[in-house]
Design a protein around this ligand. Structure first.
Ligand code: ARG
Length: 462
C-alpha cells in the first residue's frame, strides 16, 4: 500500500502532475498555527471522551508544540510524498516526534473536512481582526484630515462638471461614511465566521460522544454549527468575506478615482507625498499617483476572486468536495490585498498636501446660479420660475463675455427681473453659499464638525 495517510486501499502510485495538482501545502501552510491549535484542542476533547489517556493527550500537545516551533523557525522539512496539505504534514511530523502509536490516535472521529473548515475559520477570524484594526486606523486619519482642513472650499461636482461650492472636508467625510458602513458590515460578518465546525467529522457527525461545546470554547468560537453536513460544506464565510472586500475595495476605487483627478496639474487640489508616488523611466518630470491607481486596480482583483469562488461552489453536491480546496488562494490573496490597501490608503491621507488656494481658484461664479435662484425663492417666487430667471442671468453674462454672473451688476439683473434688489449682491459669496447648507448632512461648517464627531463617536464605541 502507499505511504500516504490515506494509502491503505491504494496500490498504484499517484501521477506526478496529479501530486502537484492536488497538493495545497504550498499555500495552506499559512494556517499552520491554526491547524496545530485546533489539533491540541481536539486532543483535549478526545481525552475527555476517553479515547486518549491524559499521558497521550499531553504527548500530543507537546509534540505539536515542537511542530509549531519548526514552522515558526523555518526548519520544518516537507516530505512531498506524504505532506499533501497542512493537516497531513502536521500529523506526519507529530508522528516523527512522538511515535505513530500515539499520534495515530489524534485523528479519531475527525476528518480533514471538519479540520480544514475549523482552520479556515480560526485563521480568518484573526485576519478579520487585523482588517478591522487597519480600517479603524484609516477612518481615524481621515477624520483628522477633515478637521485639519475644515475651512478649505472647493468645487463640488456632478458629472465631473462644477456644480456647487462645498468644503473639502465635506468631500473627505463623504468617503469616510462609506468606509464606516464597511466597518459595520465587517463586525456583522465576523459573527458568522466565528462558529465551530469541529466535531462534524467527515460529514455525518462524531460517534464518540465528543463534547463539541467544550471544543468550541477551547478555540474561542461563539458556539457550534448545528448540522454536520453543512459544517463541512459551508464556505459562506469565505464568500461573505470576499463580498465584503469587494464592496470595500469598490469604495476604495471610487475614492482613489477622485483623488487621482484632484492630484492632476489641471485640478491641483492635492499632492501625494513622494512615499506614495512613483516616477517615469522615460519622462524625468513625472510624478504619478501609483498608490491610488493600484488601489483602484486592485478592486478588480478582489471582485474577480469573489466571482471566481462563487462560480466554483455553485452547484456543488452536499457536504465536502475537493472543489472546496479552491477557497484558499482567493481568500488568502484577498485578505492580503485588503490589509495592504487599507494601510496604503492611511499612508496616503496621513502624508498628502492639500492646496486650498487651488481649490478656491477653481470656484466660479456660475456655481452660485442655484443661490441666485434661491434668492428669489426667499422673496416668494416659485422655484421653477427662479430657476429660469437665474438661467437667463447665466446666459446674459455668457453673451456679454463677462467672467461671471456677479459682473452683470444690479441694473442688468433688475432688467432681467425687477424683483432683484440691492441685497442680491450678497449672493455672490462662496462662503455664504456653503454656510447656507446647514440642514443635517449639509456642507456648512457646523454640519461637517458634527459629521466628524459622529464618526469619532462610532469609533470610540467600537
Ligand atoms: N486540503 C484539503 C482542503 O483544503 C483538506 C480537506 C481534504 N479532505 C478530503 N476529504 N480530501 O480542502
Amino acid at each position: 500500500s502507499s505511504t500516504k495517510l490515506w494509502g491503505g486501499r491504494f496500490s498504484g502510485k499517484t501521477d506526478p502532475l496529479m501530486q502537484k495538482y492536488n497538493e495545497s501545502l504550498s499555500y495552506d501552510r499559512r494556517m499552520y498555527a491554526q491547524d496545530i491549535r485546533g489539533s491540541q484542542a481536539y486532543a483535549k476533547a478526545t481525552c475527555k471522551a476517553g479515547i486518549l489517556t491524559p499521558e497521550e493527550r499531553d504527548a500530543i500537545i507537546e509534540g505539536l508544540e515542537k511542530v509549531r516551533e519548526e514552522w515558526a523557525t523555518g526548519t520544518f522539512v516537507i516530505k512531498p510524498e506524504t505532506d499533501e496539505d497542512i493537516h497531513t504534514a502536521n500529523e506526519r511530523r507529530l508522528g516523527d516526534h512522538i511515535g505513530t502509536h500515539i499520534s495515530g490516535k489524534l485523528h479519531t472521529g475527525r476528518s480533514r473536512n471538519d479540520q480544514v473548515a475549523t482552520d479556515m475559520r480560526l485563521w480568518l477570524r484573526d485576519e478579520l481582526d487585523n482588517i478591522e484594526k487597519y480600517l479603524i486606523e484609516f477612518l481615524k486619519v481621515t477624520a483628522v484630515a477633515a478637521s485639519d482642513q475644515i475651512d478649505a472650499l472647493m468645487p463640488g461636482y456632478t458629472h465631473v462638471q462644477r456644480a456647487q461650492p462645498i468644503r473639502w472636508s465635506h468631500w473627505v467625510m463623504s468617503h469616510a461614511f462609506m468606509f464606516l458602513s464597511d466597518l459595520e458590515r465587517l463586525r456583522e460578518l465576523k459573527k458568522r465566521v466565528n462558529k465551530s465546525p469541529l466535531g462534524c467529522g467527515a460529514l455525518a457527525g462524531n460517534p464518540f460522544n465528543l463534547d463539541r461545546e467544550f471544543l468550541a470554547k477551547e478555540l474561542g468560537f461563539d458556539g457550534c454549527i448545528q448540522n454536520s453536513l453543512i459544517g463541512v460544506a459551508d464556505r459562506d464565510f469565505v464568500v461573505e468575506t470576499l463580498q465584503w472586500a469587494t464592496l470595500m475595495m469598490n469604495h476604495m476605487s471610487r475614492w482613489s478615482e477622485d483623488l487621482i483627478l484632484y492630484s492632476t496639474a489641471e485640478f491641483g487640489f492635492v499632492t501625494l507625498a513622494d512615499a506614495y508616488s512613483t516616477g517615469s523611466s522615460l519622462m524625468p518630470q513625472k510624478k504619478n499617483s501609483d498608490s491610488l491607481e493600484l488601489l483602484r486596480g486592485k478592486s478588480g482583483r478582489v471582485f474577480g476572486q469573489m466571482a471566481g469562488f462563487l462560480y466554483t461552489i455553485k452547484g456543488l453536491p452536499s457536504s465536502y468536495n475537493k472543489d472546496l480546496q479552491e477557497d484558499k488562494e482567493p481568500l488568502f490573496d484577498c485578505v492580503t490585498t485588503v490589509q495592504n490597501s487599507l494601510q496604503i490608503a492611511s499612508g496616503v491621507v496621513a502624508t498628502w498636501s492639500i492646496h486650498p488656494n487651488k481649490m478656491k481658484a477653481a470656484l466660479t461664479m456660475d456655481m452660485l446660479a442655484t443661490d441666485l435662484a434661491d434668492y428669489l425663492v426667499r422673496k416668494g417666487v416659485p422655484f421653477r420660475e427662479t430657476h429660469h430667471i437665474s438661467g437667463s442671468c447665466v446666459q446674459a453674462a455668457e453673451k456679454q463675455g463677462l467672467s461671471g454672473i456677479d459682473q452683470l451688476g444690479l441694473e442688468a439683473l433688475k432688467k432681467i427681473d425687477n424683483r432683484f434688489e440691492a441685497d442680491v449682491l450678497e449672493v455672490f459669496d462662496f462662503e455664504r453659499s456653503v454656510e447656507l447648507r446647514s440642514s443635517i448632512g449639509g456642507t456648512c461648517r457646523a454640519s461637517v464638525v458634527k459629521q466628524i464627531e459622529e464618526l469619532n463617536k462610532f469609533l470610540q464605541l467600537g
